[in-house]
Design a binder for this molecule. Structure first.
Ligand code: NAP
Length: 258
């Protein structure tokens, strides 16, 4: 799919249309959430050791950057942040393109962690390309709070777990985020999916097989079925070299309790 078309998929106006009730001009209560993943032919997203694996092409890496650049915020789970030690920035040409559209150079970076033991020496905190927001709980130890406050804005809930719907609500209401690029990992993706909080999935199928029951799939390692099967509608498919780039719209079940 060309980038213009991808732009159309998640552009502000189409997002608003998606989330707005028919005939209503109400501001959507949460951003449009686009998840981007790569998996092997046998559905694995990483190895059993959760090591950062490089099983996709340069084109896939560019694809990930482009998807990130389309969003107002990029969201990541603590384990992926820790394991992959990513900065979550974007290359300079994509920063330039955003500036042309009167956007900030890069999307806000959002980290979610229940326990809050996030190391402030991680690469993300060494880059000031965009603000960092951490959603965590009061379980975050005091010394981590103090160290992280110098680098990020921290939202802590009294509950044991971060409420993902409330987090997205805060991103929409307080930070004016209309589109979120979720970059995993599988645990966070599954949690969002279970709550009906994913709108689009960009999935790259890479020409490898890992096997192994202990290597996570797209929805992690849980042996449980999802509460309801999730229906996806294929809206685009592109083959580059030996990789297949799929775009799915997630069909939302009629309101279920969250
Ligand atoms: N192939 C791909 O496209 C792709 C994409 C992304 C990641 N990965 C791989 O996936 C692996 C990591 O994935 P993962 O599933 O283990 O971890 P993950 O989803 O990245 O992060 C899980 C952690 O995030 C926090 N978290 C997740 N859901 C939460 C929720 N509902 N509320 C609050 N906090 C939540 C918790 O952090 P705390 O433990 O701090 O509470 C949890 O332990 C890495 O090996 C990475 O390389 C692959």
């Amino acid at each position: 799919m060309g980038s213009a078309k991808r732009n159309k998929n998640v552009s502000g106006s189409s997002v608003s249309r998606q989330l707005r009730r028919k005939g209503s001009s109400r501001i959507p209560s949460r951003p449009f959430v686009v998840a981007t993943f790569a998996m092997t032919v046998d559905g694995k997203t990483t190895t059993r050791n959760f090591t950062p694996v490089d099983f996709t092409s340069r084109e896939d890496k560019l694809h990930l950057f482009r998807q990130r650049a389309l969003a107002d915020a990029v969201l990541i789970g603590h384990t992926s942040l820790k394991r992959d030690n990513v900065r979550l920035g974007i290359p300079s040409e994509l920063q330039k393109a955003r500036r042309k559209h009167r956007q900030t150079p890069a999307p806000i970076r959002v980290v979610v962690s229940d326990k809050g033991r996030i190391d402030n020496r991680l690469n993300i905190f060494q880059s000031d390309i965009s603000p960092i927001i951490i959603f965590s709980t009061r379980r975050m130890p005091r010394k981590y709070r103090q160290a992280l406050r110098e680098k990020a804005t921290i939202h802590l809930t009294r509950a044991q777990h971060v409420n993902l719907a409330a987090m997205l609500g805060t991103l929409r209401g307080k930070y004016k985020v209309r589109t979120v690029a979720c970059e995993g990992g599988p645990t966070l993706f599954r949690a969002l999916l279970e709550r009906g909080l994913v709108d689009q999935l960009n999935l790259t199928i890479a020409p490898h097989m890992f096997g192994g029951a202990n290597a996570p799939t797209l929805t992690g390692l849980s042996k449980e079925f999802l509460p309801d099967s999730v229906h996806c509608s294929l809206i685009d498919m592109r083959v580059v070299g030996e990789e297949c780039f799929l775009t799915y719209r997630i069909k939302h079940a009629r309101r279920r309790s969250k």
